[in-house]
Design a protein around this ligand. Sequence first.
Ligand SMILES: NC(=O)c1ccc[n+]([C@@H]2O[C@H](COP(=O)([O-])OP(=O)(O)OC[C@H]3O[C@@H](n4cnc5c(N)ncnc54)[C@H](OP(=O)(O)O)[C@@H]3O)[C@@H](O)[C@H]2O)c1
Length: 371
Amino acid sequence: MAATEPTLAITRLFSRKDALNESRLEAAHEPASAAPGEVLLRLDRFALTTNNITYAAFGKAMQYWDFFPTGQPQWGHMPVWGFADVVASGVDGIAPGERFYGYFPIASHFRMQPGRVTARGFYDAAAHRAKLTSAYNQYTRVQNDAAYAPELEHYQMLYRPLFITSFMLADFLEDNRFFGARRLVVSSASSKTAYGTAFCLRDLDGIALTGLTSARNRAFVEDLGCYGSTVTYDELASVPVDEPTLYVDFSGDESLRARVHAHFGDSLVYDCFVGSTQNTGFLRDLHLPGPRPEFYFAPVQIRKRNADWGPQEVNRRFNAAQRRFIDHARDPAKRWLALVEERGFEAAQARIARLAAGSGAPQEGYVVVVG
Ligand SMILES: NC(=O)c1ccc[n+]([C@@H]2O[C@H](COP(=O)([O-])OP(=O)(O)OC[C@H]3O[C@@H](n4cnc5c(N)ncnc54)[C@H](OP(=O)(O)O)[C@@H]3O)[C@@H](O)[C@H]2O)c1
């Protein structure tokens, strides 16, 4: 580094891989320039939901720690969705000042090596990411994103990564004719991904939607109005077993899964494992009677629909559904979501610890502004 070259003060937030409530900040100084083939980005803002805790919890099993290596085996970069601005660019077609939406490490600045640069955006072509799920390697240039609106940035960061799962999960279930089920029982029904799915399916004839939730979140789930009935975990035995039933599992709670299999018995036609809000372990075979739980991973259905419909049509349908959902969710009269805006990395550390402890409120959407 030349003595006169300007430097940047960089802050990185590292999470302890075996204790996700623990994190530490690391400071460094680096040149403020970008090498040829590289862009230097500044993270402006990002969202935090339970899904980010799950990325970290599944960091090893699903390779989420591998996107943004820290070089320190015990510590990882928890991935988040947000907006970042280009500070310096050594890449044709990407200019300083441009804003991108995507999947980032929690750090004030980071470098990427764009490949496949188009008007839509770029892929981070860094060698270590080539083997990882490509949906996460994609960065969208906001000025050319049909779904982007500056006043909706916070809703986009919070909901888009979750609603893509909701939308594609609803499509996957419909595509498979609900595996013959006429009742869907959804755990962690108060989570954004779960109620996004219910929102997509709520008007479907012949399908009853039952939301399973904790006692503290029961009223919230009832008020959402997209589940036909709401039952607390303790009341599972009250759900009728007279219909073919599909379990959509966002909680990952193993004892609940065992109770669901025992309660529904032969009526249980499919067990769809989507997430793990209550468990930091990945899906294990518990040798339960009935259907074997199947892991649902949104990028798999996206790939199928890209092949069936073409990527443009997938985007068109998704953008239209997402807009309906966001407009519904941000309507103050509905009371689905109150944005909670926090500033800086210390606030992010405290929020992550609280989310890891399960003390988030479903009606709150946490957004961290870095700058
Ligand atoms: N497979 C995929 O492709 C994919 C993609 C996106 C998201 N997901 C999964 O979807 C799930 C929901 O994520 P989200 O970001 O939508 O969640 P969120 O909105 O932050 O969900 C909050 C709800 O999750 C439950 N919960 C969270 N932490 C808990 C804890 N420690 N103990 C007990 N309950 C807890 C509570 O629901 P109740 O009181 O109703 O139980 C809480 O109201 C996550 O597991 C995530 O990984 C999967």
